[in-house]
Ligand binder design. Structure first.
Ligand code: SF4
Length: 788
């Protein structure tokens, strides 16, 4: 049930007696005295609970109301709690996260940019994880070997750059970013940003962890505060207890069904209530991980003894003890208010299957067979896939193995293909030691590399042809069209690992293991017993192979490996500083008509290969934008030659002749992802300004960071006055002060001129970015001045 009104929030804190109860006065005076490292892998980097304590004192005195847990952690990381406007859903907060995590695909440009900030080390602890570039083909070992070969130059670059700048480097084969974070870096009450949408996984250990674009990661690595719209807070009150076939995955499958793929946008989902106690820490991580599917900023659980057990099992007792001391700030205040409140009774929650094609189409298992028939979804189950960052914990694997073992005891092998992706080397080694890998292989399962693999489409699928209609089911998080195998006809469903495992023995989507039977090799019918597993390995975790590269104490002598002939990587050269003059008669490169998203500005797909090579990827610059003069894409007038050419070609032509150019855009220019390439590319090709009816906020900020001027038509109708044959002058910039309008002048093809006014949201600091040529140039100058 969803409450449509502000609702009283958490009124009782569960199992508080399990945790130490110290008075706030005692904690306030002592919490910062203790030095507890954030991770066993980072010496001398301590948890800063004192900052949270201090910030919250200020914020409480200003807001004078009970706070949700999400607010406590977020406001506890404010850069300036005294002067920051704080209104949920309205204000933009400047925050100081404790750490940054990057996966290998997004890390390339983030690190290349960070390098140009001229800093010797990242400002906060940072880690890079090689997980996205490994394609699943045959099985773990050969697939990993091939990936290391194919991606060698990328891995070499990341390894050397990490060593130079003090970044922890997780080699290919180490596992998936979010699992490694949970095992080594997540800390209750701290804040992390990560260049991957499922960063919220760390909410399973009570951390506010948000997925961001590379530009945001670079800011935090370079000591610039991170900007976030003050999140709304959606409470999910859990009562009852998980039982039978119902798993943590079913909680988020249900929530996704309630809130839909957009329902969490701009909000943190805060779980609470007595039902939390029946979830393991890794189960909570599953729920937080898949919260990305409802658009949530992140998801979060209050600290409890299940988190403490996981921290202790992963050799972090000191952190568990410290968190217990800080527990008053790791719970929501009594009487806090949520913007929306959802109740879920776990006693009544059924296992769900979501899909196809969208993760919010939720169907309880009891109704699923009927839905399959009603919609004529392909009933034969071709492949079942378990694991990924969402569901690859020891608990998940042990429950799945228990189901597989039952089937094996009845002489069955999987009817569908069955793949298992361990989330980390530690999980792989532990499940191998404890016999689960043998169990999976015995029934025909294939254990893939510890990497993203089919979850991100890195899957050389051979069993069906492109275009062939078929069904697959996974315990992953996303099932959008073509995501796993690039086949738009594949119906992909998402469920718990338990259901996926049971269903591969039936090979049929209409099978319900809660009620239906299967025929064993002896011809007798049997029904699966309820799955059971182990929250944590009784013999402890086996760390497996050491796949971590710690940075050396002093990385100054390390040289970063980038081959000048590489077509995937290219060192960035700083953009030129502003020459202090007006921008005079800059040709309009393109007047874009209608929607111009970051996909139109910097297309994905095959271009992603070049995301570490600005020159190469710039060949996709604005190729999807529609030229308002002709209605065509990727064809614009070169005003110098009078010929038409591709947008990037004409842009580069102007740049090489030292002619600045501008883009004219319509409404909400740059909506979509936070992809920094959409701002880097026009700047690289010599663009100086984008003049629009309106901007998407993140893209507008990204343009400013790269030293571009984002200007808004003061009178939106002025958009109509301009065409792609015009030139634009941007006047009186020398006297510009933030807050003022900027006058522009159109020079039409016939030589006639007319002026129009623009506004800009550039503030004092951002004006400095423009003058310096980019935000990173400014950081580099500051670092130089400090003698860094
Ligand atoms: Fe993203 Fe899938 Fe990799 Fe998780 S396993 S990080 S969801 S690609």
């Amino acid at each position: 049930m969803v409450s449509r009104f502000l609702t009283r929030g958490a009124t009782s804190l569960s199992r508080q007696s399990m945790l130490s109860k110290r008075t706030m006065a005692t904690v306030q005076s002592s919490i910062g005295d203790k030095k507890v490292e954030m991770s066993n892998l980072e010496k001398g980097k301590y948890i800063n609970y004192q900052r949270i304590e201090n910030n919250l004192q200020v914020v409480r005195s200003r807001l004078n109301r009970p706070l949700t847990l999400a607010e406590k952690i977020v406001y506890g990381h404010l850069d300036n709690p005294h002067e920051q406007d704080i209104e949920r859903g309205v204000s933009y907060l400047k925050l100081r996260p404790d750490r940054v995590a990057c996966q290998d695909a997004t890390a390339q440009m983030a690190i290349l940019q960070f390098m140009s900030a001229g800093l010797p080390q990242t400002a906060v602890p940072t880690s890079v994880h090689c997980d996205h570039l490994i394609q699943a083909q045959i099985g773990g070992v050969p697939d990993l070997k091939r990936a290391i070969d194919i991606n060698k130059e990328v891995y070499d670059f990341l390894a050397t750059a990490c060593a130079k700048y003090g970044i922890g480097f997780w080699k290919p084969g180490s596992g998936i970013i979010h699992q490694i974070i949970l095992e080594n870096y997540a800390v209750p009450g701290l804040m992390m940003i990560g260049t991957d949408s499922h960063t919220p996984n760390a909410g399973g250990l009570g951390m506010v962890a948000c997925g961001v674009g590379g530009a945001d990661a670079v800011d935090v690595m370079a000591d610039i505060p991170w900007e976030l719209k003050a999140p709304k807070v959606i409470g999910v009150h859990l009562s009852g207890k998980l039982n039978g076939w119902t798993t943590p995955k079913d909680v988020i499958l249900k929530v996704a069904g309630i809130l839909t793929v957009k329902g969490g946008t701009g909000a943190i989902i805060e779980y609470h209530g007595p039902g939390v106690e029946s979830l393991s820490a890794t189960g909570m991580a599953t729920i937080c991980n898949m919260g990305a599917e409802i658009g949530a900023t992140t998801s979060l659980f209050p600290y409890n003894h299940r988190m403490a057990s996981y921290l202790k099992a992963t050799n972090r007792s000191a952190i568990a003890n410290y968190a217990e001391e800080f527990n008053h700030n790791l719970q929501p205040d009594q009487g806090c208010e949520y913007d929306q409140l959802i109740h879920i009774n776990l006693d009544e929650l059924e296992p769900h299957i979501n899909g196809p094609f969208t993760p919010d189409l939720a169907t309880p298992i009891s109704k699923f067979a009927a839905e399959v028939k009603k919609h004529s979804w392909p009933q034969e189950l071709k492949v079942g896939l378990i694991g990924s960052c969402t569901n690859s914990s020891y608990e998940d694997m042990s429950r799945s193995a228990a189901i597989a073992k039952q089937a094996a005891e009845h002489g069955l092998e999987a009817k569908s293909k069955f793949t298992i992706t361990p989330g980390s080397e530690q999980v792989r080694a532990t499940i191998a030691r404890d016999g689960f890998v043998d169990t999976f292989e015995k029934i025909g399962g294939v254990v893939l590399a510890n990497a993203c693999g089919p979850c991100i489409g890195q899957w050389d699928r051979q069993d069906v042809k492109k275009g062939e209609v078929n069904s697959i089911i996974s315990s992953y998080n996303r099932n959008f069209t073509g995501r796993n195998d690039a086949n738009p006809a594949t119906h992909a469903f998402v469920a718990s690992p338990d259901l996926v495992t049971a269903m591969v023995f039936a090979g049929d989507l209409t099978f319900n293991p809660l009620t239906d039977t299967l025929k064993g090799s002896d011809g007798k019918e049997f029904k699966f017993a309820d799955p059971s597993g182990h929250e944590l390995p009784a013999k402890g975790y086996d760390p497996g192979e050491n796949t971590f590269q710690a940075p050396p104490a002093d990385g100054t002598t390390v040289s970063v490996a980038v081959s000048p002939s590489s077509d995937r990587l290219q060192l960035l050269k700083p953009f030129k500083a502003w020459d202090g003059k007006d921008i005079v008669e800059a040709p309009v490169l393109i007047k874009a008509k209608g929607k111009c998203t970051t996909d139109h500005i910097s297309a994905g797909g095959p271009w992603l290969k070049y995301r570490g090579h600005l020159e190469n990827i710039s060949q996709n610059c604005l190729i999807g934008a529609i030229n308002a003069d002709s209605g065509e894409a990727n064809s614009v007038l070169n005003q110098e030659t009078g010929e038409f050419g591709a947008v990037p070609t004409v842009g580069a032509y102007y740049r090489d002749k030292n002619i600045p150019w501008v883009v004219v855009g319509d409404e909400n220019y740059g909506e979509g992802s936070s992809r920094e390439h959409a701002a880097l590319e026009p700047r690289f090709l010599g663009g100086r300004a984008v003049i629009c009816r309106s901007f998407a906020r993140i893209h507008e900020t990204n343009l400013k960071k790269q030293g571009m001027l984002p200007l808004w038509f003061k009178n939106p109708a002025d958009y109509e006055k301009i065409s792609g044959t015009d030139k634009i002058s941007i006047l009186d910039l020398q006297n510009f002060k933030p807050g003022q309008d900027i006058t522009c002048e159109i020079t039409h093809k016939d030589g006639s001129k007319e002026k129009f006014l623009t506004t800009t949201s550039i503030n004092e600091g951002q004006w400095g970015w423009f003058k310096a040529g980019s935000a990173l140039n400014m950081m580099a100058a500051a670092a130089k001045a400090r003698g860094a």
